[in-house]
Design a protein around this ligand. Structure first.
Ligand code: PLP
Length: 444
């Protein structure tokens, strides 16, 4: 990292960038600027090293500015900057699709590329609707999400999503959407290590939704196997299996949104491998390129793809796609990222470190303000009691204190989430939880 980068100036005028999911006025009054990154660390504009406790935004699973990925992107930019993906193709797109599919369980064999998790989700929802239609079940148009679910910010994603503030200011959203109840039950499951024991029965709410609307109207159910953005909710033992069984019973497609859980977060390629439950589609993004170049993908099972491969061969089978689907830079980054995962055995590292991670997470039991601790793989949720009359303020103060002390965390409401790059070592775990504990102690 060059000196000039490490001691960067704060921009004089910060008004033009309307920042996403950010308290713009507060931020611009006291900015936190990142100017460099390497492996497990960021560097801040004031020259400090910040341990990345969140893999950026749950995406830099291979660590930052990794040499093989940087080189692959650089040489791809020089070799072929762009190639259309409509009625044209390029070799790396096919290679990446094969490798992404090969990591998935069962016959999840086909990959549709997009540019973000939100697009991967909208793609999956559209494929689900079109799938039923091409098979002669055009009445199956209902989509079922879940309370507290996060599926990005497209109209499809916020419609099936279940986080109030992400929905409430944006009008009527998609029609014909229903929601399962969330699975969070602190009275029974607080401080669970790994999967909570109680709550598989929440999946049975799908039976009630089916009874209400009739199965012939329901296209798909979409859930995050481990809900991330809402503040880390690990599925209860048996819950995902039950959802799968009910979907099978009624011919409903099951979609796992693995934008966060994909690419090693749980110590396996996808949560579907980890839990041994095979959905009909998986959405991914983030870790697919380790966050280096935007890319999303929707992985579909053979029967889904095959349903479209009918009729005259000169006809386009699915009227959907993005200018930047399978962008050459993203494909090059994706291939190099998968190489790093494989060559450095990063998924295996995540799996091997999960018990130590769990110990460290639950070492915070009894720490100031902490009312629940949740973990799975290399993910943690630390829930705090809200400050009276000021929900979210306490966790935000902890976030700022951690940042000042050299640790990047992520906050949702009064929950602090941790999900570092998968190249982490025990020493990083110790440092992370040491800083977090001191921050908790220092905040009222
Ligand atoms: C489960 C899930 N789905 C979808 C998304 C949206 O991804 P993106 O921000 O790339 O559109 C996210 C982002 O955090 C996510 O966690």
């Amino acid at each position: 990292m060059s000196e000039s980068l490490i001691n960067a100036e704060i921009p004089g005028d910060m008004s033009a960038w309307w920042m996403p999911f950010t308290a713009n006025r507060q931020f611009k009054g006291a900015p936190r600027l990142l100017v460099g990154a390497k492996d497990m660390h960021y560097s801040s504009h004031d020259g400090r090293r910040i341990l990345d406790g969140t893999a950026g935004l749950w995406c830099s699973n291979a660590g930052h500015c990794r040499e093989p990925i940087v080189r692959a992107i650089q040489s791809q930019a020089a070799e072929m900057d762009f190639a259309p993906a409509f009625q044209m193709g390029h070799p790396k797109a096919f290679e990446l699709a094969s490798r992404v599919a090969a990591l998935a369980p069962g016959d999840l064999d086909h990959v549709f590329f997009s540019n973000s998790g939100s697009e991967a989700v909208d793609t999956a929802l559209k494929i689900a609707l079109a799938y039923h239609r091409v098979r002669g079940e055009a009445a199956r148009t209902r989509l079922i999400g879940r309370e507290r679910g996060y599926h990005g910010v497209g109209f499809g994603g916020i419609s099936v999503g279940g986080i109030g503030p992400n929905r409430r200011t944006f009008g009527p959203l998609l029609p014909g959407v229903d929601h399962l109840p969330h699975t969070h039950d602190p009275a029974k499951n607080a401080f669970s290590r790994g999967m909570p024991q109680h709550g598989a029965e929440h999946a049975d709410a799908l039976e009630r939704i089916v009874a209400l609307h009739d199965p012939s109207t329901i296209a798909a159910v979409i859930v995050e196997p481990v809900a991330g953005s809402t503040g880390v909710l690990v599925p209860p033992v048996g819950y995902l299996e039950r959802l799968r069984a009910i979907c099978d019973k009624y011919g409903i497609l099951l979609i796992f949104d693995e934008v966060i859980t994909g690419f090693g977060r749980l110590g396996a390629p996808y949560a579907a491998n980890h839990f041994g439950v095979v959905p009909d589609m998986i959405t991914v993004a983030k870790g697919l390129t380790s966050g280096t170049v935007p890319m999303g993908a929707t992985i579909a099972r053979k029967h889904v793809y095959d349903a479209f491969m009918q009729g005259p061969e000169h006809m386009i089978e699915l009227f959907h796609g993005y200018t930047y689907s399978a962008h050459p830079l993203a494909c090059a980054a994706g291939l190099a990222t998968l190489d790093v995962y494989r060559d450095e055995r990063l998924f295996e590292n995540a799996k091997a470190l999960s018990p130590a991670w769990e110990e460290a997470v639950h070492g915070l039991r009894g720490a100031r303000h902490v009312v629940d601790l949740r973990n799975l793989g290399i993910v943690a949720g630390v829930e705090l009691t809200p400050r009276d009359g000021a929900p979210g303020r306490r966790a935000f103060d902890v976030f700022v204190r951690c940042y000042e002390q050299g640790l990047l965390t992520r906050v949702t409401g009064d929950i602090i989430a941790l999900s570092p790059p998968l190249m982490l070592k025990q020493e990083h775990i110790d440092e992370m939880f040491g800083i977090l504990r001191r921050a908790l102690d220092s905040v009222d």
